[in-house]
Design a protein around this ligand. Structure first.
Ligand code: PEP
Length: 251
């Protein structure tokens, strides 16, 4: 079994003054947890601060979004080369908040995924169904379609240098977590789906679960054979909660 990978997604939260205390406490706690891997994806303005506070720790950092183009007249956008300037390792692409609030399509997500990989950073690609889609019994179809656009653009082997996060939309920020069995079922589907196209690799594929993970439910989710860690929103904003989740991921 691979090491668990726990990623904090701060979303649009944080402040210079609070971030320092949060990052220091998380870094100190993680120093006592040598068997779990961890990263935080922070808002763009805090990348410099995060870089300077985490550069001598085991914690990696990254961004929550990126533009698909390398540079140009895209007012308000951020290019992946800029993320490289701050030593980011990871970029979340296709978070459901971006898909639903900003209309990001599967194709756009695939283009962002490609831009991240071309700059030699690692995409954390979010996939997941809405409640309506789950109730209609089309969860696997929806997830397969989300993956298909990346496979079409980059080939299935591109998942060798990426992370997938299964995040049922109905579980994000709602306090409703998928049961470990519900999550496991979709994770196993994703692994099998990739294995069907890229035999020999799928066991090493890192598939995170995200959706209201907290200190009380993390351990039971992480016990599942196809759950390789978590993408943590709300609970990544409190050091104590985030560290408890990381602790649940220790071998
Ligand atoms: C997320 O932001 O990816 C997420 C899973 O949020 P939360 O943990 O708050 O549900």
């Amino acid at each position: 079994m691979q090491r668990k990978f726990i990623v904090g997604n701060w979303k649009m939260n944080g402040a210079l003054t609070n971030n320092e205390a949060l990052l220091k406490e998380v870094a100190n706690g993680l120093a006592q947890m040598p068997t779990v891997d961890c990263a935080v994806c922070v808002p763009f303005p805090y990348l410099a601060q995060t870089q300077s506070l985490l550069r001598d720790t085991s914690i990696k950092w990254g961004a929550q979004n990126v533009h698909q183009a390398n540079n140009g007249a895209y007012t308000g956008e951020v290019a992946v080369s800029m993320l490289r300037d701050f030593d980011c390792d990871y970029v979340i692409v296709g978070h459901s908040e971006r898909r639903h609030l900003y209309g990001e399509s599967n194709l756009l997500v695939a283009e962002k995924f490609a831009a991240v990989q071309e700059a030699e950073l690692l995409p954390i690609m979010c996939v997941g169904e809405t409640l309506e889609q789950r109730e209609a019994g089309i969860t696997e179809m929806v997830v397969a379609e989300q993956l298909a656009e990346v496979i079409k653009l980059r080939g299935v082997q591109s998942f060798r240098t990426a992370v997938i996060a299964y995040e049922p939309v109905w579980a994000i920020g709602t306090g409703k977590t998928a049961t470990p069995e519900q999550a496991q079922e979709v994770h196993a589907f994703i692994r099998k789906h990739i294995a069907g196209l890229d035999e020999g690799f799928s066991q090493a594929l890192c598939i995170l679960y995200g959706g209201s993970v907290n200190a009380s439910n993390a351990a039971e989710l992480f016990c599942m054979p196809d759950i390789d860690g978590g993408l943590i929103g709300g609970a990544s904003l409190a050091a104590k909660d985030f560290l408890a989740i990381c602790n649940a991921g220790q071998k």
